[in-house]
Design a protein around this ligand. Sequence first.
Ligand SMILES: [Zn+2]
Length: 551
Amino acid sequence: MKRLTLLLAVVAVSACAPSVTTTTSPAAATASVERMAKDVQTVASDAFLGRGPATPGEELTINYLVAQLKAAGLEPGVNGSWFQDVPLLQADIVGAPSLTVNVAGKRMDLKQGEQIAVRASMRNVDRVTFTGPLVFLGYGVKATERNWDDFKGADLRGKIGVVLINDPDFETGQGDFGGKAMTYYGRWTYKYEEAARQGLNGLLIVHETAPASYGWPTVKNSNTNTMFDIVRTNPAEVHPPLEGWIQRDFAVELFRAAGQDFDALKRQAQTREFRPVPLGDATFAANYTVTSRTIRSKNVLGRVPGTTHANETILYGAHWDHLGIGPPDARGDSIYNGAIDNGTGIAAVLELARLFKAGPRPQRTIVFAFWTAEEKGLIGSEYYAANPVYPLETTVAGFNIDALAVTGRARDVLVVGSGQSDLDDRLKSVLAASNRVITPDPTPEAGYFFRSDHFPMAKRGVPMLYMDSGIDLLVGGTAAGRAADTEYRRDAYHQPADNYDPAKWSFAGIADDVNILYAMGLQLANSRDWPNYRTTSEFRPARDKSASSRK
Ligand SMILES: [Zn+2]
């Protein structure tokens, strides 16, 4: 009955105002809270063992995903298969690495995890051993479109660079790098990639809490552990032989011993005129053994083919993996179920797949991707971006969903990395239809836009939206939204307690957001539009390079 009433209303409107098009009305989509609750309940159950890649939990997870996609009537997304094989390189340092600085006749032995945190090499080598001069390279940034080059053509081959974290205008708050907000030039992944391009033997990033946005324990834990990467044809293109961080106190001491002043050099580094500064006669020596092996996991992809522009793609994605089995918590629970992170994202993308299959067939192709190994460093999505099944040049836009709130309906949605692309404007107008608004990225200085699965595509120029749950709740407003977020981060995030809880949870807000994402994707799918990054974005040049392949 209800459906019939709606249909009559649409017909009536069309008759009065024939110029109004109703084909992309958000009313066409109605996400089901029941279906999504069941998806989360299933993938976050103990039977799925925390969905660790290359564990029995993977088998259960990917089979469940395929069963759901098949039941919804989707086509396999990878040339007739549901799976994209993802080989992961896993590397560990064996024992305590020998790491030494010699400066002005003084020898400093560095302890892994204390003054320094060195990552296991991801170049598929058995041993890292070298000695080289240390040189300070400012923020380690080469940004042609901003007329900025910290290297000034210096010959850096064989040297060990020391750089600052974040970008050159973080401390002053104004300049060509978005002020306080972090551009990609501020992220450590960029700094290692640039170091490889510069031919450096190694790069040490000076840790400071405010510009890094996290403390030394985070640096220590994530860098002295097992490292993961995709298997690359030429890892030397993105990884210098040595990658690591040093504590600020140690950097200050090293600079002083080399006859330099850390703070004075930092101020120089905030200017365009900065040039590389050799740290006196300081040399850095490293010697350690590395073991590497390859493990295998899978991305899962399904699609709804487009009618008239099937070779143009809109991508929805969420990571299926979580942390697996780990150290037990106080209650003895050792299964990291990942119900919110990212059971909710899995459920949302499955539901989007069902909606697109059930609704009017779109003109462009819609692809639904479930990435592996996000928790190990965006591995599945990076593998896809490096080996795309659908060409990135003709991927119209993409949407990433990672950990949605189960706190009920909100007046807003959050956009992580707001201001990057004109997808913001499209989202704004779709939201307006239901009187909702965008809350801009609350912590742009932390660079969260560079830390989830849309990023490997974004870096290569594909316009990507990372929309997250709003905080201005219909019941309780922003106070309630913030409190719930704080509670989740404290009590459940990346802990065994991230469990499905039907008594406390509401999927109503998630359903609203899925409807918004559906409407946005359908609108793009039935248009000839090509969204893009704004001219101020560091990702605009990468997109514009392939402009001729988009008509
Ligand atoms: Zn996640």
